[in-house]
Design a protein around this ligand. Sequence first.
Ligand code: AMP
Length: 425
Amino acid sequence: MTNDQPKTERQSIDSVQRFDELPLDESILAAIVRAEYEHPTPVQAGLIPYALRGGDVVGQAQTGTGKTAAFVIPLLDRVARMPRQRNPQGLILVPTRELAVQVRGEVVKLSHGQRVSCAALYGGKPLRGQIDKLERGVDIVVGTPGRVLDHIGRGTLRLNGLNVVVLDEADRMLDIGFRPDIEKILRRCPRERQTLLLSATVPPPIQRLARRYMQEATELNFCDTTVSADTIEQFYFTVDAERKFDLLDRLLKRESPQQAIVFCRTKRGTEKVYRRLSSRRKDVDCIHGDMQQRARDRVMAKFRERKLTILVATDVVGRGIDVSTVSHIINYDLPQFCDDYVHRVGRTGRMGREGVAYSFVTPEEGNELTRIEMRINRLLERQEIEGFEAVASAVKPEDTEEPAAEKKPAPKPGRRPPKRYRRAL
Ligand code: AMP
């Protein structure tokens, strides 16, 4: 372990253009072709060569950029070159169950034709099945920190054969309180190992984690300062809280999205919006942390198979959703944290497809909108739906019985970042 600052590099463009330029095992190259990945994405082109050299890497990258394959490919290459053993060689820690399932899917896809077995360990599923699988021997484990620690405590997961540890969406794992579990797990991993840390942001707690548990990590930054500005259009509506649902209804009718995720802040709010929507249309479902894992898996499968058009979701479960056909993100409630805005909006416009994001902003939320705009370094454009009065102040004075002078105009959301921030942008 070292206290050295990580070496920071912004990955240059002279990195590889084709997968077969990388010194990868033939079986992996074949699986990449089969997965129809023609060219490495920038994150893959930048990260894979470093990871193949065996050093520790802190990669700043958002979802939707191909970051999963960027760590799965070098991990599989390592597994292919090492003698087979009983205990796992790779451990991938992720913040949510959905992401665990998704990452396992990527491992399965990219290990086609290789004798690699992968187990996903996450809560909400009986331990028994997971224990049976571990006993039969697995090469790669993908799991949420709590459940992984549980298996370590029971002696059903042994870490002594680990060569590679991946911390995926590390910032999110710390946000939701997994730090102590992660540290406990890392302390039990062999010292001689490679650690890859992926995170959309690298705030000081992540830097501390990297300093404490990684060795001379190279830091690679693949994040644009803007959120996929080229492919995602972003708008907002000013709307009274009690008119949000009508606005949603109108917006969905106007847009007829291919697939949309409607983000709400709370589980109750998610349920409420879902119930109201489902009384009008059949192609809608919801997903949040209070639901049984099986129900969540079922909803996600239906959404992936495009049997659902609209998914109402909270941030924790919505964040990792990787469905490339999502055309619309609707922030029914603004997220509590600006970074969640980035993650929500990143659910659309994936792999270069076009996407659009609409945020509902109440007149009281002007400052929150401004904070988001500062975070993404971009002003959102205001929209209105013709003939729909989204805020009370839009009611013309002559339509009311009250004298115009007594009506208080609704405060307008702050449209531009305050001057002192504008200079810094
Ligand atoms: P991720 O950022 O890992 O969530 O990946 C987003 C999506 O991109 C996933 O559906 C991947 O299967 C897909 N993907 C990853 N790498 C490539 C690639 N090189 N070419 C095309 N699709 C890719």
